[in-house]
Design a protein around this ligand. Sequence first.
Ligand SMILES: Cc1cc2nc3c(=O)[nH]c(=O)nc-3n(C[C@H](O)[C@H](O)[C@H](O)COP(=O)(O)OP(=O)(O)OC[C@H]3O[C@@H](n4cnc5c(N)ncnc54)[C@H](O)[C@@H]3O)c2cc1C
Length: 250
Amino acid sequence: MDILRAPRITLIARPQFLEPAHLPVQWRGEAGDGERLAEFAGRLCYMSQANPAKRDTGEYLDNIKKQGHGSVLEHAVYVLLIEGISRSCSHELVRHRAGFGYSQLSQRYVDESHAAFVVPPAMLGDAPLEAAWLAQVTAAQAAYVAAVEDLMRRYEWVADKVHRRKMAREAARSLLPNATETKIVVSGNVRAWRTMLELRCGEGAEQEIRRMAVAVLRVLAAEAPLLFRDFEIYRAEDGAEAARVTYHKV
Ligand SMILES: Cc1cc2nc3c(=O)[nH]c(=O)nc-3n(C[C@H](O)[C@H](O)[C@H](O)COP(=O)(O)OP(=O)(O)OC[C@H]3O[C@@H](n4cnc5c(N)ncnc54)[C@H](O)[C@@H]3O)c2cc1C
């Protein structure tokens, strides 16, 4: 049985900006496609492609965030594959609706007999606590496997084997703990990502989603620093990482 102690975040798609030849912008500074796309959209609103204030893209986007012109940030969409999080963590994640799209591993279709489990961060480093937790999830997984077998027998009369397995797994999953690992593809525009990160990187957020949000922030800030550079990761008094933001939700 795989026991996971950290999330894994992989960027799987980024925006591609195709600058229209008839509306060229006087760019300043280096920037990626998502950053340029947001700047282009912002400048279109005032037809300021000539860049009269001579701002580089980072300065321009800082001003957009400061002014609360958040709709400009909606054009840039980044897609992440998030793995190594628990079902309880993903349940909290998918509460973020505006600007997000989700595709998550189905426990109705996928056999969870060999699922991995995520240790709650609050237990990490406490050997007796981790050992008791491990025994409990092992028992839960065994109960799941037994229930699938019993349900397959109960529904033997269902001729379509794929359908029968789905019937068995969708009922047996009720025995799987919240700690069961899930995988989820999350697409989000920058306005949506920033809102989620502000809420979930905070010290008030539940520890696992906070750890995941900080990891997401690292990936997005490395990919598009000019869109996320006002977030600051720090070590909070409770010993875990958190992040604060300069320009709040818009
Ligand atoms: C520390 C913490 C504790 C939490 N505890 C609980 C809890 O105990 N129970 C619980 O149920 N949830 C809880 N939540 C989840 C919380 O209630 C939200 O569901 C979650 O944070 C998503 O926020 P949101 O709705 O603003 O996000 P999104 O759905 O992404 O919305 C983003 C923004 O878009 C606007 N918006 C979105 N939908 C609408 C709409 N229909 N109408 C008008 N405006 C809209 C709002 O401005 C909203 O802030 C908690 C969240 C945090 C961060």
